[in-house]
Design a protein. Structure first.
Length: 180
């Protein structure tokens, strides 16, 4: 937490979300991270960032609609098309954030994430071409199936560090090197 605050003080945008082992909500950690940003972002900046994707983001984050006012829901489509539009909307939003400043997305307890969250993260990692660093924590002793998590490290430039306790120096060095 201290490191994220320090990176934020240095001008990076920091988004934080986590999954709870008891929660069953799709995209829970991602929703938390994006909403923490959306809730504190100035409305004109948020409108510009979301522009043509505001409807998809409002489906993911219901609080965005009232915050921006007058948000129209996107036309219904088949589930695959809706999911693709959502994934593209999140990726575009992160790219627009990163156009202003580097972005650090911290996702805690990713081992509890459901498959839809992992699919969204895979899409973002595959398609995002912007200075965004994703820092995810996983407790290997808690994860039932590390396969889907391992797939995430295969789709983008990544590093996998095994840390005991609070060995954060390696993580800080890696993140700083990638934030630019």
């Amino acid at each position: 937490v201290e490191f994220a605050l320090q990176v934020h003080a240095e001008g990076a945008g920091v988004l934080y979300g986590r999954w709870d082992g008891d929660a069953v909500e799709d995209y829970a950690g991602i929703r938390e991270a994006l909403w923490s940003y959306a809730d504190s972002c100035p409305v004109p900046v948020l409108k510009r960032d979301l522009a043509d994707h505001v409807g998809e983001i409002a489906r993911l984050l219901p609080g965005v609609g009232p915050r921006l006012g007058g948000v129209r829901a996107p036309l219904p489509a088949d589930p695959d098309s809706e999911r693709r539009r959502l994934f593209d909307a999140v990726t575009t939003w992160l790219a627009r954030m990163a156009a202003r400043h580097p972005v650090l997305v911290v996702l805690d307890d990713l081992h509890w994430a459901e498959r839809s969250s992992l699919a969204l993260l895979r899409h973002v990692l595959t398609h995002l071409r912007a200075p965004v660093v994703l820092l995810a924590t996983v407790r290997s002793d808690e994860a039932d199936d590390m396969g889907p998590l391992h797939e995430l490290t295969q789709v983008a430039k990544s590093a996998h560090l095994v840390l005991d306790g609070l060995e954060t120096a390696e993580v800080e060095e890696l993140v700083r090197a990638n934030l630019g």
